[in-house]
Design a protein around this ligand. Structure first.
Ligand code: CP
Length: 309
């Protein structure tokens, strides 16, 4: 693959290859060394047109640990403010010969469009409600570590599914790896046509969490609700917020996940989020750096091979 734009085009073997390499990087990141110069001589530009803490920081660390020259574009201070289009911005950067372009954008499809205009590898760091592939890969690695496998698991993804690129990428990845995925949330926050993804849908946490090995909670994406249904936080927490009582519906050894940013007391109780016996939320952040190192190394290998051909 020339780019990492989504989970959709990946085969199960591609996913396993990224996760296997990422495991090496988990070990490297836990060691004193932390560096392996496989991206030396390459230039990585991070362009975040939307807020980010985890994704931006981990892509930057990943590039630096692999020896790339990393530049973070301050998009708020860029000439986009003066009316320059996304494509003109991309062509301008392209003229500086980057090798890896990491892009987050509020519009679904914007990163795919940009990838068609540049001569480097593009990594989607989240586009609108479309895909967030490195998030699904880091979630998969976290599950594989915690459960010892990434197939035949019951995984409940709960909350605002309709507006979530994290949910979409996870549904695609977990389905390709032959897991059973259930979606749990209010019908108003379920996307239309979801049945074609081969998932089960529940509007009740008790039924949805029964027998779950993994409980993945999502934030209410208010910034994407544009005037539509916005539930009251109190009512939402009562019906769908993960607390000890609702977690008891899942398997005794079920793990709790959340991609962040988290709204404590809205979709998840703070004590559950911090319970190191159940919550793997901090592990997800750790896996994020390793997965991004692996994804960039594999794309750089392809880029070098194409350039040498
Ligand atoms: N999970 C995730 O994408 O977090 P950020 O928005 O902080 O990058």
């Amino acid at each position: 693959h020339a780019h990492l734009l989504g989970i959709e085009p990946l085969a199960p073997g591609d996913i396993t290859a990224i996760l296997d390499l990422a495991e090496d990087y988990v070990a490297l990141n836990r060691s004193a060394a932390k560096h392996r110069d496989v991206l030396a001589g390459l230039t990585q530009i991070n362009m975040f047109f939307e807020a980010s803490t985890r994704t931006q920081a981990s892509f930057e660390l990943a590039g630096k640990r692999l020896g790339a020259d990393v530049m973070n574009m301050a998009m708020q201070a860029s000439s986009l403010k003066k009316g320059e289009t996304l494509i003109d911005t991309a062509l301008t950067l392209n003229a500086m010969h980057p090798d890896l372009l990491v892009v987050r954008h509020p519009h679904s499809g914007a990163v795919d469009l940009l990838a068609q205009k540049v001569r480097c590898a593009v990594l989607n760091a989240g586009d609108g409600r479309h895909e967030h592939p490195t998030q699904a890969l880091l979630d998969a690695l976290t599950i594989r570590y915690a459960k010892g496998r990434l197939h035949r698991l019951n995984i409940a993804i709960c909350g605002d599914i309709a507006h979530s690129r994290v949910a979409r990428s996870n549904i695609l990845l977990l389905g390709k790896m032959e897991n059973r995925v259930r979606l749990v949330g209010p019908p108003t926050l379920m996307p239309s046509g979801i049945a074609e993804f081969g998932v089960e849908v529940f509007d009740d946490m008790k039924a949805g969490l029964e027998g779950a090995d993994v409980v993945m909670m999502l934030r209410l994406q208010r910034e994407r609700m544009d005037g539509g249904f916005i539930p009251s936080e109190r009512e939402y927490y009562h019906r769908f917020g993960l607390d000890a009582g609702k977690l008891a519906y899942a398997r005794e050894d079920a793990i709790v996940m959340h991609p962040g940013p988290m709204n404590r007391g809205v979709e998840i109780d703070g004590e559950i989020a911090d319970d190191i016996n159940r919550s793997v939320i901090r592990d997800q952040v750790e896996m994020g750096v390793a997965v991004r190192m692996a994804a960039m190394e594999l794309l750089a290998q392809g880029l070098r091979a194409r350039r040498a051909a």
